[in-house]
Design a protein around this ligand. Structure first.
Ligand code: COS
Length: 394
């Protein structure tokens, strides 16, 4: 493992690993097959504080550093990338509020994810610990500026109308950060961010996606029909929502990279275990150079991807200490590289397992299905290359 952690940090990572291995691992295959949500496991993860990892201590969270958090996300994803996505995404919307919200908003929003708010345990209210980041729309995916959801000022309130799709945790979330256009004439400078509670009149959950992979995570539409929020639910300044969304993604893409590293590492672990026991031509296949070198290349790639996640965290802390946020490039690099690596390494693992790799009886075909999303969500890898190439062009 490339992370250099002290004993406290190591024990947090170990506890996370033990939780998912004990509780989630035994039911992964079943939930993957059924495509239903392990609500109780999500609730247990929230009770254990795993949805509040990124909440600062002053707002009732763990106050953990990003080295530890990303190492924990890697452990979650080694067991199941869908579960890692659901637990990790609880912090996604929170990031926007931590970046741009007032102290009152930070405290209020954190209360949904740190277990303070009671009575959040049913679909109509959402679940304690869970929040969702509602940016994507049917016509605003990679081109996130094309927001059709609108928020109109009406007295002391804003009234929100529109719909969002592919929203991770939509059906679990007790609170959302919603991006909406407050001034159609201003393009990216006419987009604003709002805190929207799940139980407000007019908020509903639409179609749930039946996905190829990460099937233990929830992805659904969220619909807003004349949803009235008080003006104090506007996060930061009106018209700055697009920048806040981009700044949020700069902090969120490394989480996806750590999920991808977890999936890639699991693929290596499965392939090595198989290659040590499977024999052809009188010896274990790991002793054949064709297989041995393939495993070596897989190991190089995953270790490099992990190092890029750590490189991001180094850059993040350097910049925050300087009062700057110049880590967009590092976030895009680790997400893009790790996502591509996860897919390649899973394909290689399937090749090593041969017919068994292609069979649902073995876990590697699922790893490939889970890995594929890493090249798509939190910004496609084409968007990451736009971001990295853009940084080089300036
Ligand atoms: N941090 C701060 N500000 C940023 C920024 C960042 N990372 N990225 C862009 N901005 C600012 C720009 O500086 C620009 O401000 P000015 O007009 O004052 O110069 C403004 O935002 C618009 O930027 P840009 O012109 O680059 O925006 P584009 O519409 O070209 O979009 C991409 C840029 C493609 C990078 C953006 O739409 C994107 O990330 N798309 C993918 C969305 C995504 O990841 N979705 C995943 C689902 S959400 S989990």
């Amino acid at each position: 493992m490339g992370y250099i952690l002290n004993d406290d940090q190591k024990s947090m990572v170990k506890a996370a690993k033990e939780f998912v291995e004990k509780k989630v691992q035994p039911v992964v295959a079943e939930y993957d097959r059924e495509g239903t949500l392990p609500i109780e496991l999500y609730q247990e993860a929230a009770e254990l504080g795993y949805t509040a990892l990124e909440v600062p201590e002053e707002y009732g969270g763990s106050g953990l550093d990003y080295y530890t958090i990303l190492a924990m996300y890697e452990e979650f994803a080694k067991v199941d990338a869908g579960f890692a996505t659901g637990v990790g995404a609880a912090s996604l919307a929170l990031k926007t509020v931590l970046i741009a919200g007032s102290p009152e908003q930070k405290k209020y929003f954190a209360s949904f994810v740190n277990g303070e708010k009671q009575g959040l345990d049913k679909p109509e209210t959402g679940y304690q610990g869970y929040a969702a980041f509602a940016l994507t729309e049917a016509g605003a995916g990679s081109d996130a500026a094309q927001q059709k959801t609108v928020a109109e000022k009406d007295g002391d309130d804003y009234v929100i109308n529109g719909s969002k799709c592919f929203i991770t945790n939509a059906s679990l979330a007790s609170v959302f950060v919603v991006f909406a256009t407050t001034d159609k004439t201003k393009g990216t400078k006419g987009i604003s961010a709002f805190i929207v509670e799940r139980d407000l009149p007019g908020v509903s959950i639409g179609k749930e996606e039946d996905k190829m992979g990460i099937r233990l995570s929830n992805t659904a539409e969220v619909l807003f029909d004349n949803v009235r929020v008080p003006a104090d639910h506007l996060v930061g300044a009106e018209g700055k929502g697009f920048v806040y969304a981009m700044q949020t993604l700069d902090m969120a893409r490394p989480s996806v990279a750590s999920f991808a590293v977890g999936v890639g590492q699991r693929a290596i672990d499965e392939a090595v275990a198989y290659a040590k026991t499977r024999k052809t031509f009188g010896k274990p296949i790991i002793a054949h150079q064709a297989i041995n070198f393939k495993l070596a290349d897989m190991d190089i790639k995953v270790e490099a991807a992990r190092s890029l996640v750590i490189n991001y965290v180094n850059k993040y802390y350097e910049q925050i200490a300087l009062g700057k946020r110049n880590f967009t490039r590092e976030a895009a690099i680790c997400k893009c590289f790790a996502g591509d690596v996860a897919v390649q390494v899973c394909l290689d693992a399937i090749q090593i397992l041969g017919g068994y790799g292609y069979s649902r009886e073995y876990p590697v075909e699922k790893l490939l299905r889970d890995a594929k999303i890493m090249q798509i969500y939190e910004g496609t890898n084409e968007v990451q290359r736009m971001v990295i190439g853009g940084a080089l062009s300036r």
